[in-house]
Write a protein that binds this ligand. Structure first.
Ligand code: CA
Ligand code: CA
Ligand code: CA
Length: 185
């Protein structure tokens, strides 16, 4: 809302308000000085709007003045995070000798919002038998937590093919099915 004063009298103090440059986005109500808009705001679409208000009196010649207006749009939580790295079908081979504490991968997600609406917290949702892996909540770093003593796989080519076959099979499984320890998979 805008308040305008004019020290003159009569027509010389009759004030007309307008938005410059003239746009369909904002108008100012003469009499009340209230700025109205007929658009819906979305920070991801446009985060700030700037325009000038012009006040002109009814004198002859008319006198006028201007004020700049900046509107900052606050953020609404419109967007869910999107996992950018790794892709949904990526996997890594871990040699049986891999030391606990070894960094395996780093997950990165993006959120188009800002502030708390874009603050991300990484967790492993499922498919983590024996709590073998851990992820740091803020950095998304996945580490091996325990020695791989449960897996009797050596690093020969035959076994690699066998592991690939197993992986190929389990990759066909929807992510919401927990296949840990299931001999069918
Ligand atoms: Ca005046
Ligand atoms: Ca968000
Ligand atoms: Ca937003």
């Amino acid at each position: 809302m805008v308040t305008v004063k004019d020290a003159d009298k009569g027509e010389n103090a009759r004030i007309h308000l307008s938005v410059e440059p003239e746009s369909a986005e904002f108008v100012i109500q003469n009499g009340t000085g209230i700025i109205l808009s007929n658009i819906s705001f979305d920070r991801e679409h446009q985060s700030t709007y700037t325009f000038r208000l012009k006040a002109v009196d009814g004198g002859d010649p008319p006198r006028s003045s201007y004020v700049g207006v900046t509107i900052n749009v606050l953020d609404e939580n419109y967007n869910a995070p999107v996992i950018v790295v790794p892709s949904n079908i990526s996997y890594a081979y871990l040699p049986p000798s891999t030391d606990p504490g070894t960094k395996i991968n780093k997950v990165r997600a993006e959120d188009m919002d800002m502030g708390l609406n874009a603050q991300l917290d990484y967790r492993i949702a499922s498919g983590n038998p024996f709590d073998l892996f851990q992820i740091t909540p803020t950095e998304g770093e996945v580490t091996l937590e325990k020695a791989l003593v449960h897996f009797f796989i050596n690093e020969t080519l035959t076994n690699q093919t066998y592991v690939e076959t197993l992986l190929g099979h389990s990759l066909d499984t929807p992510l919401d099915i927990d296949i840990a320890g299931d001999p069918e998979y």
